[in-house]
Design a protein around this ligand. Structure first.
Ligand SMILES: *[C@@H]1O[C@H](CO)[C@@H](O)[C@H](O)[C@H]1NC(C)=O
Ligand SMILES: *[C@@H]1O[C@H](CO)[C@@H](O)[C@H](O)[C@H]1NC(C)=O
Ligand SMILES: *[C@@H]1O[C@H](CO)[C@@H](O)[C@H](O)[C@H]1NC(C)=O
Ligand SMILES: *[C@@H]1O[C@H](CO)[C@@H](O)[C@H](O)[C@H]1NC(C)=O
Ligand SMILES: *[C@@H]1O[C@H](CO)[C@@H](O)[C@H](O)[C@H]1NC(C)=O
Ligand SMILES: *[C@@H]1O[C@H](CO)[C@@H](O)[C@H](O)[C@H]1NC(C)=O
Ligand SMILES: *[C@@H]1O[C@H](CO)[C@@H](O)[C@H](O)[C@H]1NC(C)=O
Ligand SMILES: *[C@@H]1O[C@H](CO)[C@@H](O)[C@H](O)[C@H]1NC(C)=O
Ligand SMILES: *[C@@H]1O[C@H](CO)[C@@H](O)[C@H](O)[C@H]1NC(C)=O
Ligand SMILES: *[C@@H]1O[C@H](CO)[C@@H](O)[C@H](O)[C@H]1NC(C)=O
Ligand SMILES: *[C@@H]1O[C@H](CO)[C@@H](O)[C@H](O)[C@H]1NC(C)=O
Ligand SMILES: *[C@@H]1O[C@H](CO)[C@@H](O)[C@H](O)[C@H]1NC(C)=O
Length: 746
């Protein structure tokens, strides 16, 4: 009877599965583009599609985001009237001008990205019709000299004109964009900034003038920037600046970056008015004789981060230096050539420090007064040529929570080194040639949550002896083993039982060609597994280990040797919501379409497949200019047949407006699925069929509980399908009416 029920459910589900719509298509979408909803917004993604002009007549008037990044577009015409576009991205094309006409009627435009073109002229009135304009990106264009106001927009808040070959900012430049809150002028050969150029920018909060060859700044340059919070002036030549005057009015400043700016000395009152400073970066200046105590005085008592990396500091730093900087948490002394005895002296007066960064200081020895750091929680001594025996000097750091000893030339770590660090949460030992780990090395680290052993030359994953046998490490959740040339055993689990609570595992770059089905038997509660940049192939059952990982949520298989992939592999991973398959040599065949339909219809979200469509980070302001997509490639015979195939219309897939010839073999999955002619597949419903397998003759008439549960699930799935199909059908009807109306209107 049970058997009949199951078959009945299966049969019920069957007819509806044909209604699957491989690609939802509610609004118009040009042939070359992939369109989809992002939240409720219609995204038309035509990026990296070899376009030489904009397909104006195929655009939906309701397009919200139009992405044309990375094409060969040389000029713009007018967009259709009444287009409701909010965000327009034309980065990395070959535009030469921004004329008023092209942007006429774009009343709704909020963001525009024109970076990385060949633009020399921008009409100041270009965006006058866009009354809600907020963001303009024009970086990386060879702009001509600007006379008078640069742009007119009373709403503009964000302007990036970095790397635009500007040598002069005239005094009217910002007169008509006074609402700016963020301005990036970096990488322009400005040399000097004088007078009142910034005076109108009273709302400005972030100003970046990095790498501008700046040498001259007048004292009152920032005097009107009363709201400035972040100021970056790295990579200039600011040796002769009257800092007390230049910074004197910036009382709200929280972040100041003066990295590599030719500073050699700083007077006592440099920061005396910057009482809200939280982060101060003075790295890469030759501040040999900096008197931290005097310069930071008692004004900077909000300071949390002080970066003095690569400052050729001779030390010792005076004992009172941080007496009043009670909130000072992080001190970066990385990159200063230090000797243990000097360091010892320098650090002695800093008992309150919480985070100390001594990376790349040429230390071969360590100071032996770590016992003064009662409050030290984080210590970074990475990238020092440490000699093995000195690791014992770390022993007094009993409260430490984060310890980074990466890339420190260690080949052996004494078994007692971490014995008393019972509070340690994160330990980084990456980049040391640790061919083996001492027995009991991690034994006492019962609070450990993360362990990093990347690029340690390990052939075998962590051996059980490093931990105590009588304990389970219940907090240990994350292990990173990337970059080790692991030799994977043909059978049996990779990790010892002590690591059974690990949920995040990184095995990227480990020269793995295949994994046995039991590889993760002792770590079956994994939720995130990173297998990127290995050489895993689709054959040889090398992905069967997935069956044991029932809690898996994310898997990264990017940059492997997969030529095909089957949604059946993921049948036992119901929580899976992120699969990264980018960078594999997939062959274009109907398996790709099957995978696509599975993500879209069974998982109900194409975002499950990373790179199937543009992600949020690609379409937000300042987002990616170059994306990573899922690709497959045709073989030559397929390519020759393409014109015929593209004429085939498959129910449920978006039909083409104009047939066209393909001349290249690499296709994004999105494009392939459309042109493939692959029928939406019933097979993707196989979980239902699996239920039938449950009813062996041996079970007799008893219905097992799991079988019942599965049957109910199957019924729900069937119902879900019906509902989804009906909804899609409705939507399609509505949209067809819509587009017809639109055409009539035109
Ligand atoms: C664009 O065209 C070139 C040459 O015609 C081809 O090599 C390349 O793969 C194409 N790129 C895309 C994304 O279609
Ligand atoms: C686009 O421009 C690139 C770089 O100049 C060129 O290699 C490519 O062939 C062009 N593609 C088309 C379709 O014009
Ligand atoms: C531009 O700014 C100037 C000076 O503030 C003002 O006179 C002019 O009306 C502004 N133009 C526009 C179009 O806002
Ligand atoms: C620093 O702040 C004081 C008190 O607010 C003020 O009198 C002084 O003019 C400021 N210094 C500069 C250079 O603006
Ligand atoms: C720290 O503050 C006290 C009182 O606020 C002051 O007397 C002392 O000079 C300050 N020390 C330094 C190094 O600024
Ligand atoms: C582990 O820590 C405990 C308590 O701090 C200590 O008594 C014991 O000696 C440590 N074990 C080892 C192997 O050092
Ligand atoms: C576990 O075993 C180690 C030695 O293998 C021993 O030092 C430790 O005290 C034992 N801990 C417990 C909780 O039994
Ligand atoms: C990677 O594995 C292959 C065999 O699977 C082996 O020949 C090669 O030496 C390994 N590479 C490294 C860097 O260990
Ligand atoms: C996985 O987690 C569950 C629940 O937290 C637990 O009962 C089970 O023992 C864990 N599996 C392993 C191998 O530790
Ligand atoms: C995987 O692909 C790379 C690059 O195409 C190739 O060099 C390597 O030999 C392949 N590995 C295996 C195991 O097929
Ligand atoms: C190409 O198309 C022809 C005619 O439709 C068909 O017989 C042949 O199998 C196709 N070849 C490939 C490789 O798809
Ligand atoms: C494809 O369709 C177009 C328009 O419907 C037609 O002109 C063309 O002949 C068709 N091509 C093939 C190979 O059937």
């Amino acid at each position: 009877m049970a058997r009949t029920t199951v078959y009945l459910i299966y049969l019920l589900a069957l007819p509806f599965s044909y209604g699957y719509n491989g690609d939802s298509f509610e609004l118009e979408c040009p042939d070359e583009c992939d369109c989809h909803y992002f939240r409720i917004n219609w995204v038309t993604d035509c990026s990296e599609s070899n376009l030489t002009s904009i397909p104006y007549d195929e655009l939906s008037l309701s397009v919200y985001i139009l992405d044309l990044n990375g094409n060969n577009i040389t000029s713009l015409q007018r967009f259709p009237n009444d287009i409701k576009m909010r965000r327009l991205q034309i980065a990395n094309n070959r535009l030469t001008r921004v004329d008023r006409d092209a942007f006429k009627g774009l009343d709704y435009l909020i963001d525009i990205d024109l970076s990385g073109n060949n633009i020399s002229y921008v009409d100041p009135e270009a965006f006058l019709d866009s009354h809600g304009l907020l963001n303009v990106e024009l970086q990386d264009n060879p702009l001509n000299m600007i006379e008078g106001p640069f742009l007119m927009s009373s709403t503009l808040q964000y302007l990036d004109i970095s790397n635009c070959n500007l040598s002069i900012i005239n005094s009217q430049f910002f007169d008509n964009i006074t609402s700016l809150t963020t301005l990036d002028l970096s990488n322009n050969p400005l040399i000097s900034l004088e007078g009142d150029v910034f005076n109108v920018l009273t709302s400005l909060e972030t100003l970046k003038i990095n790498d501008c060859k700046l040498n001259i700044i007048t004292g009152n340059l920032f005097s009107s920037l009363i709201n400035l919070k972040n100021l970056e002036m790295a990579g200039n030549d600011l040796s002769n600046i009257n800092w007390p005057e230049v910074l004197g009015t910036l009382t709200r400043l929280e972040y100041l970056n003066l990295r590599k700016s030719g500073l050699t000395s700083l007077s006592e009152d440099t920061f005396s008015n910057c009482t809200n400073l939280v982060t101060l970066i003075l790295a890469e200046n030759e501040l040999r004789d900096l008197d931290v105590a005097v310069t930071l005085g008692n004004s900077v008592n909000h300071l949390e981060v002080l970066d003095l990396s690569n400052c050729k500091i001779k030390g010792p730093i005076s004992g009172d230096a941080f007496a009043n900087a009670t909130r000072m948490k992080s001190l970066y002394l990385s990159g200063n050539p230090l000797f243990a005895p000097d360091l010892q002296e320098a650090l002695a007066p800093l008992p309150k420090l919480e985070k100390l960064f001594l990376s790349n200081c040429g230390l071969s020895n360590l100071p032996d007064n770590f016992n003064v750091f009662e409050n030290l929680l984080e210590l970074d001594i990475s990238h020092n040529p440490l000699v093995n025996v000195f690791t014992r000097l770390l022993a007094p750091l009993e409260k430490i929570e984060y310890l980074n000893m990466g890339y420190s030339n260690l080949s052996y770590i004494g078994p007692e080194t971490f014995a008393h660090m019972t509070s340690l949460k994160k330990l980084v030992l990456s980049g040391n040639d640790l061919l083996s780990l001492e027995a009991g090395l991690f034994g006492n680290l019962t609070q450990l949550t993360a362990l990093e052993l990347e690029f340690c030359g390990l052939k075998r994953p962590i051996n059980a002896n490093a931990f105590f046998k009588n304990l389970t490490y219940t907090d240990l959740r994350e292990i990173k083993l990337g970059g080790n040339p692991l030799v994977i055993p043909p059978t049996g689990p990779l990790f010892p039982k002590q690591l059974s609570q690990v949920t995040v595992l990184d095995l990227s770059n480990c020269n793995i060609t295949s994994l046995n089905p039991d590889a993760f038997k002792n770590t079956e509660n994994l939720t995130e597994l990173n297998l990127a940049s290995n050489q895993i192939k689709a054959e040889d059952e090398s992905l069967l280990f997935l069956e044991t990982l029932r809690h898996l949520e994310k898997i990264n298989l990017s940059n492997n040797n997969l030529t095909t992939i089957d949604p059946q592999l993921f049948v036992n991973n119901p929580k899976l919501h992120s699969i990264n398959l980018i960078g594999n040599p997939f062959i274009c065949d109907c398996k790709i379409a099957e995978m696509w339909d599975w993500a879209n219809m069974i998982k109900g979200d194409l975002d499950v497949l990373i790179g199937a469509k543009s992600a949020e980070k690609d379409i937000v302001v300042k987002g990616n200019k170059k994306k990573k997509y899922l690709y497959c490639h045709y073989n030559e015979a397929q390519l020759r047949n393409m014109t015929i195939i593209t004429n085939k219309t498959v129910p449920g897939r978006r039909p083409f407006v104009k047939p066209r010839e393909w001349t290249y073999a690499n296709r994004t999955w999105a494009k392939y699925v459309r042109e493939s002619g692959c029928e939406p597949v019933v097979k993707i419903l196989r979980p239902v069929a699996l239920i039938a397998d449950f009813f062996d003759e041996s079970h007799g008439r008893n219905i097992s509980t799991p079988a019942l549960i599965l049957a109910v699930m199957a019924l729900a799935l069937g119902l879900g399908t019906v509902i989804m199909t009906l909804r899609l059908f409705q939507k399609r009807q509505v949209s067809e009416m819509d587009t017809e109306n639109n055409r009539k209107q035109r």
